[in-house]
Design a protein around this ligand. Structure first.
Ligand code: ATP
Length: 235
């Protein structure tokens, strides 16, 4: 459904992704691991059209996304839940979630989608009138995820959702990812926590210095070997 084909991209004169190819299959959870600076976030940004390829291509359902605006890619059902739990601090939880229903195509279903988000995150329902700035890190991550889900995505790109969260909160975030997977969504998960990520993965890519160092079905991944490759990258 999403094909990254020999992608070369970066920031200005600095190139980060070096002829990187990968395939995201419909209904699957694709996990991307790799050390800091490997270019995982850069890849997600390129998929969203936030940075442009200097070579290669990204195809969504067979159609190139080159020269397409981010809003157009969102309209086609691809959304990104960025790292860092970005919330509008002075707005309530509910208003933050409703921001996700801003794109025209998902305004009609906003009420129903909000009910679904509250079903997924009962804690947010309890705090719907609370300012988002007063939430815990885990709750803010739930708002960031919930806001993304308000956009009725088919493909959800999630960047390091567990970063800096307590283990019990990480459990909850991964329970939700597992549920999204059961609902049949296509998920691309960038995660440092390889152990947890593998538990929900169908396919695993290890990225190193802007390239794919390993591509395997999750069932074939040997964690020791993955960690060896992972840490070799940092040497
Ligand atoms: P992390 O796990 O630390 O988030 P990552 O694999 O997601 O790492 P990226 O965030 O994609 O890596 O960063 C890859 C490289 O691109 C890094 O060397 C980073 O410093 C650089 N980089 C990221 N954003 C920019 C930017 N806006 N301008 C210039 N360089 C950038």
């Amino acid at each position: 459904m999403l094909e990254v084909d020999k992608l070369r991209a970066g920031y200005g004169a600095i190139n980060i992704l070096w002829d990187l190819s990968l395939t995201i299959r419909e209904g699957q959870t694709t996990v991307i691991v790799g050390p800091n600076g490997a270019g995982k976030t850069t890849l997600l940004r390129a998929i969203m059209g936030l940075i442009k390829a200097s070579r290669g291509d990204i195809r969504l359902n067979g159609r190139t996304t080159a020269n397409r605006a981010t809003w157009d890619i969102v309209h086609d059902g691809v959304i990104m839940i960025p790292e860092g739990r970005l919330v509008f601090r002075d707005m309530t939880v509910e208003d933050n979630l409703m921001m996700g229903a801003f794109p025209r195509h998902c305004r009609k279903g906003a009420k129903q989608n909000l009910a679904q988000v509250y079903d997924l995150f009962p804690r947010l329902a309890e705090r719907r009138h609370q300012a988002a700035g007063s939430l815990s890190g885990g709750e803010a991550q739930m708002v960031a995820m919930g806001r993304g889900l308000m956009e009725e995505p088919k493909v959800v790109l999630i960047d390091e959702p567990s970063l800096g969260l307590a283990p019990v909160v990480v459990d909850e975030i991964f329970r939700i990812i597992a549920r999204l997977k059961r609902e049949g969504r296509t998920i691309v998960l960038v995660e440092q926590n390889t152990h947890r990520a593998l538990a929900v993965a169908d396919h695993v890519y290890l990225m190193r210095s802007g390239q794919v160092a390993l591509s395997e079905p999750a069932s074939a991944v040997n964690l020791d070997r993955l960690h060896d490759l992972y840490f070799a990258a940092e040497a």
